[in-house]
Write a protein that binds this ligand. Structure first.
Ligand code: NAP
Length: 274
């Protein structure tokens, strides 16, 4: 496993996403992921599965400190008092006294960002989370959070895969020494349909999905969190550390970069141009 060292955190570059996993299926998928060797798990208040994720972690037999766990405060909980109370509820559901990373899930025009960030920082001081960060922030919001409000953020979790250029966000994160966590790293199925990625994969006996994940985590300060319900996908997404993409392969993948968003809800911010 490759690790990222960012602001004193050590984060496994490949994590396990849990959006749309629920109930017993979620518990089993996370249990399996941990058994296979994943040590970075992504959940959120909005996913409705913190109870199952926490159960799988607590029953894994692994020391808690070996697992990097992220959860996210839902957009309706960004007023300072709600940040506090909803995070405490998250911890209760997880059955844990601390998460590793607590994110603002989506920016919201309703709660003042300064107050939300201050509430997150207080939770960090209280040890309820080791690090804080954001998700779905564009460059302007990152600038406001870091430069104007002085927030010390570990990273920004955004959609990122070979068909979506994140050059602008990536540039800002690099300037601020922050990491990028790539969500929907498989483009929710798009990657698997790419003839270019499949052809590169054939050279190494790897799938298009494996090529995309390797391309992502080879980038500086980038982690990826593919979701898989099936054990076969969970295992194959982790099996990406025994081959190396050539400069020529990387150049061929760079050409695919465009503006394909698979997650684009009406409440999202104005995305940066590709
Ligand atoms: P994704 O990981 O890009 O794609 C998941 C889909 O790909 C599932 O249908 C899965 O099938 C399939 N898949 C997984 N591994 C595969 C493989 N090796 N070959 C072929 N197909 C494969 O999409 P995602 O769930 O949207 O994103 C991943 C995680 O990012 C989420 O679970 C969540 O934790 C996080 N996320 C965060 C945000 C945010 O706003 N911060 C938004 C979206 C996602 P099976 O499930 O059938 O195995």
């Amino acid at each position: 496993m490759k690790h990222l060292d960012v602001k004193g955190a050590r984060i496994p570059a490949l994590g396990f996403g849990t959006w749309q996993l629920s109930g017993r299926g979620c518990r089993e998928a996370v249990r399996q992921a941990l058994e296979l060797g994943y040590r970075h798990i992504d959940t959120a208040q909005m996913y409705g599965n913190e109870t199952e994720v926490g159960h799988a972690i607590r029953h894994s037999g692994l020391p808690r400190r070996e697992i990097f766990l992220t959860t996210k405060v839902a957009p309706g909980n960004l007023a300072a008092a709600k940040v506090r109370s909803s995070t405490e509820e998250s911890l209760r559901r997880l059955g844990l006294d601390q998460v590793d990373l607590l994110l603002i899930h989506w920016p919201s025009g309703e709660a003042p960002l300064a107050k939300t960030l201050a509430a997150l920082a207080t939770l960090r001081e209280q040890g309820k989370t080791r690090f804080i960060g954001v998700s779905n922030f564009n460059v302007a919001l990152l600038k406001q959070a870091v430069e104007t409000l002085g927030a010390d953020l570990l990273g920004n979790q955004v959609e990122y895969h070979p068909f979506l250029s994140q050059r602008a966000v990536m540039g800002a994160l690099k300037r601020y020494g922050m990491m990028l966590t790539a969500y929907s790293p498989l483009g929710r199925g798009q990657v698997q349909r790419s003839p270019v990625l499949a052809a590169i994969g054939r050279k190494y006996d790897k799938s298009a999905a494996q090529v995309a994940l390797r391309w992502l985590i080879d980038q500086d300060h980038v982690a990826a969190i593919p979701k898989a319900a099936s054990a076969a996908h969970t295992a194959s997404n982790l099996d990406i550390f025994d081959f190396t993409l050539s400069a020529e392969d990387r150049a061929a993948i760079d050409v695919l970069r465009g503006n394909l968003r698979v997650v684009d809800p009406g409440w999202g911010p104005a995305w940066d141009p590709p």
